[in-house]
Design a protein. Structure first.
Length: 693
């Protein structure tokens, strides 16, 4: 006589439900046009997770409060964290090496959210979940569901402890309200049989550590097979039909939407009902489905980054899409058979050590670019754009001072800007706000690349605007969704644009020198600001005409035509600027023809103070320019902020302006622009300004 087969030590049918859930999720992600309702599989995962949480807590309900909470967290985190963290780490490595450059910045931020389990944070309209799925730039979009579960894990032991103080007849209603009643309905009603069941479960340690192995807590003797089997097939057919229906179903029928109670969570309720009566269901318990259920956690974590790579790199090729799907399944099998099975057998101490190591490896991977920048700067003593190192000499200063002046016009070009006039760094251009992120910050700066943000920025002025363009883009670009640049030129002399000598620039607040070109530019500034309506505007200009003296018999700015023109222009600007306008204050004029002598004089031992007095002229034009700017700031009010370079160069001890460093490297070119070394001198000012936008 054949003995009856022993009952499986786990609910195979639950693994089958998990398998069907991951299959429809894959269908929704890889083939959304054929499986538009597949996202409901995630709802089923939540129901299964609630079943498991309740099971773990009921098993430990006779333990002390501390033991119950500790046991629950150790089991859950042991199951989830090692695989989760290693997938994030591998995804970051692949991101840097295989994904398009434009995907890096976004995913560095998303990786931080995933690592901290806050991927389900409130999102903006631009971060709409279904929109992110369709774009598939974020390789960690799918981690939102894990974030939800982790947040609930922190609450559920205390929810359970509260319920344990309720009378037995009220517990079912309590758990029904919070969606955790399914497990309670499957356990035996008598205390004796329940204690016996607990003793049987004690020998199933693997079940306690693996989410994919639930105990059969519903003996078949307590059910009516005649009723449960047909009903189970009914629920299975309905759920499968809903999840795979080729037309998107209304959310108010199939799931909650933003917790509006008038919506019916059909799939959630249906899955719970199916779990109550599906024990030993032949379809759900077959070996293929149960194995897919076993690998479902690996498959869920792995498939989305692979799909995102296909979306970003394969131009919609359907053959590669099938390869991506197949690769996801194969990698999930390999991961499950090697890594998952291995780490689930480790002790809690070993798991804890592994989690700590993986966490710091992830931090290192996410911050890789910043770390590489720091190492690069420390190793090479580099100050970014200027190429000056600490071991350079006065001879190097003489060489670089000459090179910076010779290449002055060339250095006014910003590689990030698309110019209306390609042959000139002046006029109007727009910076590219999306650029390669597969580079360190040093490399980004050297190539004129930046990040992107949410503000509309405008930078206007004379040639000093072009002079600051690279710096501005590097320090402010990551805050910008658009950057408009207007750099008004004056008169030129020379044969080619890159070898011209700048004679005259045009100021944004006044038609400089009353030249026709500057009058046109004066109007052009206002028109562009009115059309652009930036959030922030930056006026970067070297003073010219605004430093002129007051007219005869004029004693106040109220009667000063120069200032009144400035004020009227300022009012036009701020009426079309949403937040703030930053204005660069006047800086003393420099005897540019003596700049090439700095290095030679330093080599000959000339007193630096003597060089200061030779180079910088604090004329009446300089002081009048600062007075007019001060009045402009007063009349503008809180909407204007002054940027002042004077404190960076003025030495109180000598009462002079120092326009070079102690080795003779000049901060200014012979064309009255900041050298790359001068740009680095004032970089911190712009870093601070941009950081506070």
């Amino acid at each position: 006589m054949d003995l009856p087969k022993p009952k499986p030590s786990k609910r195979l049918d639950l693994q089958g439900i998990r398998a069907l859930a991951i299959i429809v999720v894959l269908g929704f992600h890889f083939y959304p046009e054929y499986c538009p309702n597949g996202y409901l599989g995630v709802d089923q995962f939540f129901v299964l997770s609630g079943f498991l949480m309740c099971m773990l807590l009921k098993r430990a309900e006779n333990e002390s409060t501390c033991s119950l909470v500790t046991l629950f967290y150790s089991k859950r985190f042991k199951r989830i964290l090692p695989l989760y963290l290693i997938i994030i780490f591998i995804a970051m490595i692949c991101l840097y090496n295989y994904f398009p450059d434009t995907a890096i910045e976004l995913n560095q931020e998303s990786a931080v959210h995933a690592l901290l389990f806050v991927s389900n944070r409130p999102t903006t309209d631009q971060e709409d979940y279904f929109q992110m799925l369709s774009i598939a730039v974020d390789i960690f979009t799918h981690t939102w569901s894990l974030s939800v579960e982790i947040h609930f894990y922190f609450l559920v032991p205390f929810i359970f402890l509260f319920a344990s103080d309720l009378p037995g007849q009220y517990q079912y209603g309590y758990y029904g309200i919070i969606g955790m009643v399914v497990y309670l309905l499957t356990i035996p009603k008598s205390a004796d049989s329940y204690e016996a069941l607990q003793k049987q479960e004690e020998v199933r340690e693997l079940l306690m550590t693996n989410e994919n192995q639930e105990v059969d807590d519903s003996p078949s003797e307590s059910r009516s097979a005649r009723f449960t089997q047909p009903a189970a097939y009914f629920f299975l057919i309905v759920l499968t039909f809903v999840n795979t229906y080729p037309v998107a179903l209304p959310a108010l029928i199939v799931r909650y939407k933003k917790f509006k109670l008038e919506h019916v969570p059909l799939v959630t309720i249906g899955t719970g009902c199916l779990m109550l009566i599906s024990d030993e269901n032949l379809i759900l318990s077959n070996k293929v489905l149960t194995y897919i259920g076993d690998i479902s956690y690996s498959l869920y974590l792995i498939h989305w980054p692979i799909y995102a790579y296909w979306k970003l790199s394969c131009n919609g090729d359907q053959i590669y899409l099938f390869i991506a799907l197949t690769s996801s399944i194969l990698l999930a099998i390999i991961t499950y058979e090697t890594f998952e099975k291995w780490y689930l057998k480790l002790s809690s101490t070993s798991i804890g050590l592994m989690v700590v190591i993986l966490f710091f490896l992830n931090i290192t991977a996410i911050k890789k670019q910043d770390i590489m920048d720091r190492i690069y700067l420390m190793r090479n003593n580099v100050t970014s754009l200027d190429e000056v190192t600490y071991d350079m000499t006065i001879e190097d200063a003489i060489r670089l001072n000459t090179r910076w002046s010779v290449n002055d016009m060339k250095n006014l070009y910003a590689p990030s800007c698309v110019y209306e006039k390609e042959e000139s760094p002046f006029g109007w251009c727009r910076h590219k706000v999306r650029a390669s992120q597969n580079l360190s910050t040093v490399n980004l700066r050297s190539q004129g690349l930046s990040k992107s943000g949410k503000y509309k920025l405008a930078i206007i002025g004379n040639s000093w605007t072009a002079n600051h363009a690279k710096l501005f883009y590097q320090e402010c670009g990551y805050k910008a969704k658009s950057i408009m640049q207007g750099s008004a030129s004056g008169e030129f002399r020379g044969t080619t644009p890159r070898k011209t000598l700048l004679i005259l620039g045009c100021e944004p607040f006044f038609p400089s020198m009353d030249k026709e070109r500057c009058r046109r530019n004066f109007t052009d500034y206002a028109e562009h600001i009115e059309k652009e309506k930036p959030d922030f505007a930056f006026v970067i200009s070297r003073y010219l005409s605004i430093g002129g003296p007051l007219p005869e018999n004029v004693t106040s700015f109220d009667e000063d035509p120069t200032y009144q023109t400035m004020k009227a222009q300022m009012m036009k600007f701020i009426s079309n600027i949403k937040y703030k306008m930053y204005i660069l204050d006047a800086f003393p004029a420099i005897d540019r023809w003596k700049i090439p002598r700095i290095g030679f004089m330093m080599r000959n031992g000339t007193d630096p103070v003597a060089i200061d007095n030779m180079l910088v002229r604090r004329t009446s034009d300089y002081f009048m320019s600062r007075k007019r700017y001060a009045q402009l700031l007063k009349d503008c009010g809180e909407k204007c902020i002054m940027i002042d370079y004077v404190p960076e160069f003025y030495k109180r001890s000598t009462n002079t302006f120092r326009t070079f460093d102690k080795k003779g490297f000049s901060y200014f070119t012979t064309e009255m622009h900041l050298t790359p070394h001068g740009i680095e001198k004032i970089r911190h000012i712009w870093k601070d300004i941009c950081g506070k936008l």
